[in-house]
Design a protein around this ligand. Structure first.
Ligand code: SF4
Length: 224
């Protein structure tokens, strides 16, 4: 199947969450306030695309649906890498089925820098791990990556996009990410539900959308 950036982040929070995403996604209940935060984050990300001026966006949807057409996005990204486009947004990369779309990829004299956009007032460790996953996929695809930034939401609403460099920390995650990608691929391919007992991970770093299912009291401790 392959692991996406979202799979990676969710699987690192809870292996069972990843398994449910792949096998029983209909059990998700997304609270309206969480959906509103996700929408605000998407809006912030869309606006950040222009932070370096003109850009090319790689997003392509499957006909009639709001689901990314990854194959088309990968092909479009390759076209723009070959053309030498200076700023590529939602640049798509895949290695052995593992996939990420980079918020902003910016050409440099020696390769590329990339920017992960987060609608948050400070850099959090999970953002750096997210960047570490992207670094792993990009280098596996043969890109030369220089600097890595998290773009946070600064206090100036006229210019809220504040890049914070995390190059060293994100690159240090490379080997760890390689190992976790292998583990998470095994988990999502498991035919049997991967059981994890509800606990601290249900709310850290994000509230889990399967809380109602895992906490419904019909499963014994042994099962959970
Ligand atoms: S509710 Fe808790 S145990 Fe269940 S999938 Fe979510 S994080 Fe995992």
């Amino acid at each position: 199947m392959g692991i996406t950036k979202t799979d990676f982040m969710r699987g690192m929070q809870c292996r069972r969450m990843l398994w449910l995403d792949k096998h029983r996604p209909g059990l998700r209940i997304i609270p309206p306030e969480v959906q509103a935060r996700l929408d605000a984050g998407n809006d912030f990300g869309d606006r950040a695309m222009g932070m370096f001026g003109p850009y090319e966006e790689m997003t392509v949807y499957l006909p009639g649906r709001q689901i990314p057409d990854k194959t088309a996005m990968l092909a479009r990204t390759q076209e723009h890498l070959l053309k030498g486009t200076p700023v590529i947004c939602e640049a798509a990369f895949s290695d052995s089925g593992n996939y990420c779309a980079v918020d902003i990829l910016r050409k440099t004299e020696t390769g590329y820098d990339f920017y992960e956009v987060k609608n948050a007032p400070e850099v959090r460790e999970q953002f750096v791990r997210d960047a570490g996953f992207q670094y792993c996929i990009l280098t596996r695809c043969g890109l030369e990556i220089g600097r890595i930034y998290i773009v946070i939401h600064g206090p100036d609403e006229m210019n809220p996009f504040v890049p914070v460099e995390v190059t060293g920390q994100a690159k240090e995650y490379r080997q760890w990410v390689d190992e976790k990608i292998r583990e998470l691929n095994r988990i999502q391919e498991s035919a049997q539900e991967v059981m994890v007992k509800p606990g601290w991970q249900c709310h850290n770093p994000y509230d889990c959308w399967y809380s109602g299912y895992c906490h419904d009291g019909t499963q014994t401790d042994e099962e959970a």
